[in-house]
Write a protein that binds this ligand. Structure first.
Ligand code: CP
Ligand code: NVA
Length: 307
């Protein structure tokens, strides 16, 4: 069973194949109506169930559109209106959905719930974001980086701000695809060391600093995310601690002249990034958002053993 709970479930070779397939499919349908199925409709007749315990715009729409483009369809279960919201167990939900649909995507607060879903499902389970990681986002991010003509091996990626779930998946990708990560966070907002160690033991160079400029210096790609993730307290002391890590025009000038700016969105312009960077030519955030569809298609095709 091919679950996609974290990037290492697929591994480096499969990840490279997924990015290639996403690029090929994207190129093949340029100019087509967005809901028209790809010529080979490889998931015709397949249905994806999406469970959301947290808000979403991109993940929700991109998985739905990905299934349409692959010839299948998707349905949504909101935890508040399904029996999950009344206490039906993850285990029973996994077993019921496995009899009814071909794959399950889950966005939840607690990574353990995704693991529990995978333990009991007999169809692939995809992590659509947990408190621990956001692997689907990073498939789209890597596709975006490659589209910008940058090779992954040896790439210098700078992360500024909060050491969160998105950074964890970037670190996992760094180990798998052999790029380097320079992390600038306030003290005590560093990522989980488990992910740093995983990247380092796979050969990536990971630098941790509390100096934003040092993190950004010479970077090919500069990435940030919201300072307050879903489910976190909007703590005033956190915002104050994060302020020096705002991605500003001045900080971007510390990176390489052709550096690109990524953000998984939603953005809080004026907090983690200034408007001049967000709206600049260096910003590829809307390519990145569009690439969620193309990346999601690869994730689905890998899970259903078509890649
Ligand atoms: N980047 C991302 O996952 O966006 P949504 O929360 O809108 O799905
Ligand atoms: N770190 C953010 C990502 C949102 C897509 C969150 O978890 O809210």
């Amino acid at each position: 069973m091919r679950h996609f709970l974290d990037l290492s479930d697929a591994g480096g070779d499969a990840l490279a194949a997924m990015i290639n397939d996403a690029q090929d499919r994207k190129t093949a349908r340029v100019g087509w109506p967005k809901g028209k199925p790809d010529a080979d409709a490889p998931l015709a007749g397949h249905v994806l169930a999406m469970i959301f315990e947290k808000n979403s715009t991109r993940t929700r729409v991109s998985f739905d559109m990905a299934m349409r483009q692959l010839g299948g369809s998707a349905l949504i279960l909101e935890s508040g209106t399904s029996q999950l919201g009344r206490g039906e167990s993850i285990a029973d939900t996994a077993r019921v959905l496995s009899r009814m649909v071909d794959a399950i995507m889950l966005r939840t607060d607690d990574h353990e719930k995704a693991l529990e879903m995978a333990r009991h499902a007999s169809v692939p389970v995809i992590n659509g974001l947990t408190d621990r990681s956001h692997p689907c986002q990073i498939v789209a991010d890597l596709l975006t980086v490659i589209e910008q003509g940058k090779a992954l091996p040896g790439l210098e990626l700078a992360w500024l701000g909060d050491g969160n779930n998105v950074l964890h998946s970037i670190l996992e990708a760094a180990g798998l695809m052999k790029f380097n990560v320079r992390i600038g966070t306030p003290q005590s907002y560093e990522p989980e060391m488990e992910f740093v160690d995983m990247a380092r033991s796979a050969g990536a160079t990971v630098t941790l600093t509390n100096d934003a400029r040092e993190a950004a210096a010479g970077a090919d790609i500069v990435v940030t995310d919201t300072w307050v993730s879903m489910g976190q307290e909007h703590a005033h002391d956190k915002l104050a601690a994060m302020a020096p890590f705002q991605v500003s025009g001045e900080l971007m000038r510390a990176a390489k002249p052709d550096a690109k700016f990524l953000h998984c969105l939603p953005a809080h312009v004026g907090e983690e990034v200034t408007a001049d960077v967000f709206e600049s030519d260096q910003s590829v955030v809307f390519d990145e958002a569009e690439n969620r569809i193309h990346a999601q298609k690869s994730v689905l095709l890998w899970c259903l053993e078509k890649i």
